[in-house]
Design a protein around this ligand. Structure first.
Ligand code: ZN
Length: 310
């Protein structure tokens, strides 16, 4: 969960990624536990509970460890946190030191503080919008007749629709922006998230996703960083998909659609299936195949591959 929230600890994201990429689970655990090779894994006496027969297993391939006696384990950082009773930033520093990575620690500058506050405000606005779009789909005639029936026609159950937070943005063109401001959300963040667009002639707020079914895009920790909106009109002049623009919180190259929902299954299956679009990810989940992600509209990037690797 904490991986994407580097800001709280004043260790920059690149450094955290470098630490995570460098840390080899067998080397970190090996500092505390005598490990013996068993097949593709290593095994040793669990440091978290008393045992005579080794059940603490380290998988260099997955870069994870797990005790099959007491259930404790995780990656190199969580192992050090647990074993040395350290906080997340302390554990990061511990591992950084082991691998000779310099961690610059410093107070956030006022500009950084502001930017982080802004990021949080954007995430909060997106979370509100995501709930709003769900309410609009289930709670309005338009939502039910246009969006809900569309998803039903695609064979999606309500459980699936709810799991992925699918919704609908009203067709009026400014209803969402009006309601968001009415609920206390600042224009600034409606614009920076791309939820709203300022009309050129007079600066009035217009809804980016009006009259579209909505697919929220979650980051690896489950927070909504953007949206995909699909029109159900057959008008060729209307772009089929409208997506959130790149922003402080949304970088297309660094996100994979569905990863939050797929990460557990990817860990278990040890591979990920890449499909083309949002709907493919969701249909496969519903069919019971959960290790599925989509790279929204871009070709697979190095950052995305690294993200799956994690
Ligand atoms: Zn144990």
């Amino acid at each position: 969960m904490a991986y994407s929230d580097s800001r709280r600890y004043k260790i920059d994201r690149e450094t955290i990624e470098r630490i995570l990429d460098s840390a080899k689970i067998e080397e970190v655990v090996g500092d505390f536990v005598t490990l013996k090779r068993r097949g593709v894994n290593l095994i040793g006496l669990c440091p978290f509970h008393n045992e005579k027969t080794p059940s603490f297993t380290v998988s260099p391939a997955k870069n994870l460890c797990k005790c099959f006696g007491c259930g404790k384990g995780g990656n190199a950082i969580t192992f050090v946190m647990e074993h040395e009773r350290l906080t997340y930033p302390e554990a990061l520093k511990w591992v950084a030191k082991k691998y000779g990575i310099t961690v610059e620690e410093r107070e956030e500058t006022p500009e950084e503080k502001q930017r982080n506050d802004d990021r949080e405000s954007m995430l909060v606005a997106n979370a509100w919008a995501s709930d709003y779009f769900v309410e609009q789909m289930y709670g309005t005639d338009e939502g039910l007749s246009v969006a809900r029936s569309y998803f039903a026609s695609r064979g999606l159950t309500d459980a699936t629709i709810k799991r992925f937070g699918l919704g609908f943005c009203p067709s009026s063109g400014h209803r969402f922006s009006d309601d968001a401001r009415g609920a206390g959300y600042k224009e600034e963040f409606l614009l920076s998230t791309g939820l709203a667009i300022a009309r050129e002639s007079d600066g009035a707020l217009r809804d980016r996703f009006y009259d579209r079914v909505i697919f929220p895009i979650h980051n690896i920790s489950g927070r909504v960083v953007g949206f995909g909106g699909r029109t159900l009109r057959t008008d060729k002049k209307v772009a089929k998909y409208q997506n959130s623009p790149e922003s402080e919180i949304y970088n297309k190259r660094r996100e994979l659609y569905g990863l939050f929902f797929a990460k557990k299954a990817i860990g278990q299956e040890d591979y990920a299936i890449l499909v083309e679009g949002y709907a493919d990810v969701i249909s496969m989940h519903q069919a019971g195949v959960e290790n599925v992600v989509a790279s929204s509209g871009t070709s697979l990037t190095e950052e995305q591959i690294r993200l799956i690797g994690r």
